[in-house]
Design a protein around this ligand. Sequence first.
Ligand SMILES: Nc1ncnc2c1ncn2[C@@H]1O[C@H](COP(=O)(O)OP(=O)(O)OP(=O)(O)O)[C@@H](O)[C@H]1O
Ligand SMILES: [Mg+2]
Length: 326
Amino acid sequence: MVESILKASSLYHVYESKAEDGNVVALRGIHIDIKEGEAIAVVGPSGSGKSTLMKCLGGLMKPSSGSVMLAGKNMTRLSGKELVHLRQKTVSFIFQEGNLLPDMNARDNVAQPLRHQGVSSRKALKLADEMLDRLGILHRARALPMKLSGGEQQRVAIARALITNPRLILADEPTGALDPITSREVLALFKELHEKDGVSFLIVTHSKEVASFADRSLELRDGRFVAEHGVGVDVEDLSRGRELIIDETGTVTLPPDVLLRIGGPGKYVTSNIDNGLLSLQGEKVETMGKLELSPICPACKHDYGDSDLQECPSCGSSRPMVEVSQ
Ligand SMILES: Nc1ncnc2c1ncn2[C@@H]1O[C@H](COP(=O)(O)OP(=O)(O)OP(=O)(O)O)[C@@H](O)[C@H]1O
Ligand SMILES: [Mg+2]
C-alpha cells in the first residue's frame, strides 16, 4: 500500500472576529489524504478556503479542530521545535507572492533553508546557484527581491522551495504572478519533479494547465470539498466529469450548476436507495417556480451583470438562486 505523505481529518477553521460580521467558518470538516508521489489540485472560487486549507495543512496555522498527519506524525501534537524540524525536511511552500526575505539577495534567500538545516554556508550557496541556474535566473543571483520582477521573484521562491528536496510541495497559486512562458517552464519543472523524483504536490490553482498536471482535483466550496475530478479537469467548466462527495456526516453540497439542473432548492423524495445509488425525485412545491441565479449578491450587493459566476467575485459568498417573477 502506498503511504500517505499528508493526511488530514475533520479539519475545521474559524477566524474569530469581534466585528459586527462575526466569525468566519473558513473550513468545515475537511478530509484529505495525499499519497506519496501524488499530485492533487485544489480548485474553487475565491473565498472558498483554499489558502486557509494550505496554511493549516502546512502547519503555518493551527486549525480550530481536526488533525493533520505529516509523514505519519501528528502535527497538532508536536512541540514548536519538533514541528519546525519535521517541516524543514519534508515540505516546502510556494505562495502566490511574498515568499522572499526582503533584506537578502536571491542567492541568500535560496540558500537560507539549507543553512537552517546546518549545511555549511559555502555548500549552501553552491547548491543555491545550481538551483537558480536550473530555474534560469542565476544571472540575478545578487539582486534583492525588490529589484526583481514578479516572475523573477517567483522563480527564486521556487528555487528556495526546491533546494531542500522536499517530499511534498504545497503551492498556493504558484504561477499566478508569472507570464505564460515562465509559467509553462515552472510547470515543466514541477512535472519532472513529480514524475522522475516522485515528489507529491498539492496545488491551489485557477489555471487549466496547472490543474491538468494533477492526478486528480478537489473542488472546494464554502470550506468543504464538494467534488472530485479526475485527470484533465477543465477549471473553466467544473460541471464535466465531476464526482460529488458525501462526507462522513452525510452532507453533500450540490454545486450551483447541479442545483440549477435538478430544478433548484425544494423537497425531494428519495425514491430509490441502494448500495451506491440514491435517486432524488423533486416534489412540486410552491417555492419551485422558475429559478435563476441571483443577479445581485445578497451579501455585498455586487451586480453580476451578464456573468454566470457562481460565487461573488467581491465577497466570496455563494450565489443563490432566486425565483423569477412571472
Ligand atoms: N485573517 C482572516 N480573518 C478573517 N477572515 C479571514 C481571514 N483570512 C481569510 N478569511 C476568510 O475566510 C474565508 C476563506 O478565505 P481564504 O483566503 O482561505 O480563501 P481562498 O479560497 O484562498 O480565496 P482566494 O481564491 O481569493 O485566494 C473567506 O471568507 C475569507 O474572507
Ligand atoms: Mg487564497
